[in-house]
Design a protein around this ligand. Sequence first.
Ligand code: PSU
Ligand code: MN
Length: 303
Amino acid sequence: MPVPEDLMDVHAPVAKALATGRPVVALESTIITHGMPFPQNDAMAAEVEAIIEAEGAVPATIAVVDGRLKIGLAAEERMKLAKTRDALKLSRADLAFAMAQGLTGGTTVAATMIGAQMAGIRVFATGGIGGVHKGAEKSFDISADLDELARTPVIVVSAGPKAILDIPKTLEVLETRGVPVVAYGSDVVPAFWSRRSSAPAPLRLDTPAGIADFQRMRDGLGIDGGMLIANPVPEADEIAADVMEGFIVQAQTDAQRAGVAGKAVTPYLLGRILELSGGRSLQTNIALVKNNARLAARIAVSL
Ligand code: PSU
Ligand code: MN
């Protein structure tokens, strides 16, 4: 059996930071391969990495390239991935499949958490996590991201569950599985493109140091698994929930009509919402990922 170190390529600046105990922030790559069109996807990824560096941490974009698990990508590698049209979308179920077959893919929140933990990275920034889809009582569509949060000890900084999901059901599943959901500086859980959902925050913290203290206490008690930080999108970039609702309902109707199922659902809905909103949802998505990267870097520095 190969040992994990033989399966992954840790980008030199990331390896150096990990070896010297400097803060590192993991980044996912499904948002690059399936979440945004080229060239905005690569531009977003570059800006996000620069924000993390400006905060004094080292970014590590995680992906699978030709069967190798990459922990950190050089700029040319990232650009190449952003242009790869047939890249797979890899979660816990198919991460090892892609590696065994020598394939290339973006890693979802779940697969990125697995890679981060293997490399020893504690903090990870993304846009939004997958969750319980609306109508899940019929479709059974519940993202593997939720199970991963329950089992893998990585702090995931997001802008809250996407409003294409059933937010109350997503929070119920996280509570059942023992995943802390911390709203950052807010009494309500943010809803990705919008700062507020109708769900009260299960937990609230207002500083990166407070989040780091909470994690240290979990470590001290031997409580494993991840935690979810829900960081509201900046006010200037938000789209009001009632405006979003129209786009979401339309996108869902279109998805059903087109027979979209399984792992294609989230990319389809995001793409359709982008079209329906005339590109506005993409601008908001980019702004919130940058905002999350900044907070994640501050948490990593605090830890
Ligand atoms: N957030 C975005 N764009 C995305 C995703 C999140 O702004 O593309 C991706 C993440 O990688 C997340 C995945 O893990 O969607 C969830 O997919 P699913 O619902 O199929 O588990
Ligand atoms: Mn799904």
